[in-house]
Design a protein around this ligand. Structure first.
Ligand code: AMP
Length: 279
């Protein structure tokens, strides 16, 4: 496994990989089995796998958890070594955003302002800012994103299509704990009791999917059932709960099997997000 930190090193590596398929997994570190699933999928599909670890400041709001975001670089590198990842890119902030940069930004209207974008106004512009820069530095043929962040995955897919990026954007299913809680680096903020409470989200999504399978296709009925369950069984404060078209991300009245239920909420100070495909 080779570590690199500069754009020049990335260029040299790119030149040495001519005509190979290169799978790229951008992460903010604090790696868990969700990240590792993306890497394993990339290893199945691509000849070379590159992982980046970079806690991107531009996607955090001024009152959010950039400073306290878990940073576990030593254990991350051990896990990547065990998986025999080929390259790990750990840039500094000034490598990604040089002081001379005009801070060129990419903004995808409408869908960036929905759901997570409604309560985190700069979030998706920050995601696009970092992912496009990383794509241009790494020049992968494939990039892998978790369905855990479904809106993020679709926004990246739209950005890649709109800007004619020649990169195949591939989604990987959500990895959960045995009790259903979706793995997330932010779960490190949760106490043992809160981790149990947080599983309410999974239970509520699952119950709504069961209702759907029994014939209930109305979004508002399904999202009400989710809200009611979570409000009755936890202290989670729901930010949004929506039934969305899996392609456009727009809410719709009647859901199709491939559509999704999305949810986000706060358990005390920790933001939790999750989603589930209907069938
Ligand atoms: P992050 O480090 O949180 O920026 O996440 C890096 C990538 O890992 C993103 O594409 C996430 O969607 C993905 N990811 C995070 N948690 C999970 C999970 N539980 N299952 C699958 N993918 C995940």
């Amino acid at each position: 496994m080779q570590l690199f930190t500069t754009v020049q090193e990335a260029k040299d590596i790119h030149l040495s990989l001519t005509s190979k398929t290169v799978g790229f997994i951008p992460t903010m570190g604090s790696l868990h089995d969700g990240h590792l699933a993306l890497i394993k999928e990339a290893q199945k599909v691509c000849e070379v796998v590159i992982v980046s670890i970079f806690v991107n400041p531009t996607q955090f709001g001024p009152t959010e958890d950039f400073d306290s975001y878990p940073r576990t670089i030593d254990s991350d590198l051990k896990q990547l070594e065990t998986l025999a990842v080929d390259y790990v890119f750990t840039p500094t902030t000034t490598t990604i955003y040089p002081t001379t940069s005009m801070k060129t930004s990419i903004s995808i209207p409408d869908i960036s302002k929905l759901y997570c974008g409604a309560s985190r106004p700069a979030f998706f512009d920050g995601i696009c800012a970092v992912v496009l820069r990383l794509f241009n530095i790494i020049k992968p043929t494939h990039a892998f994103f978790g369905e855990k962040d479904y809106q993020q995955y679709k926004i990246i897919q739209h950005m890649a299509a709109d800007l004619f990026l020649d990169i195949h954007i591939q989604a990987v299913p959500i990895i959960r704990q045995e009790n259903g809680l979706a793995l997330s680096s932010r779960n490190a903020y949760l106490s043992e009791q809160e981790q149990i409470e947080a599983t309410c989200i999974y239970t509520a999504l699952n119950q709504a999917v069961q209702l759907y399978k029994k014939g209930e296709t109305n979004t508002s009925t399904l999202t009400k059932a989710i809200r009611n369950f979570i409000e009755a069984n936890s202290n989670i404060v729901i930010d949004y709960c929506a039934g969305i078209d899996h392609e456009s991300l727009l809410e719709k009245e009647t859901l199709m099997p491939e559509d999704r239920l999305l949810i986000a909420g706060y358990l005390n100070k920790t933001r939790l997000i999750d989603n589930m495909r209907l069938m």
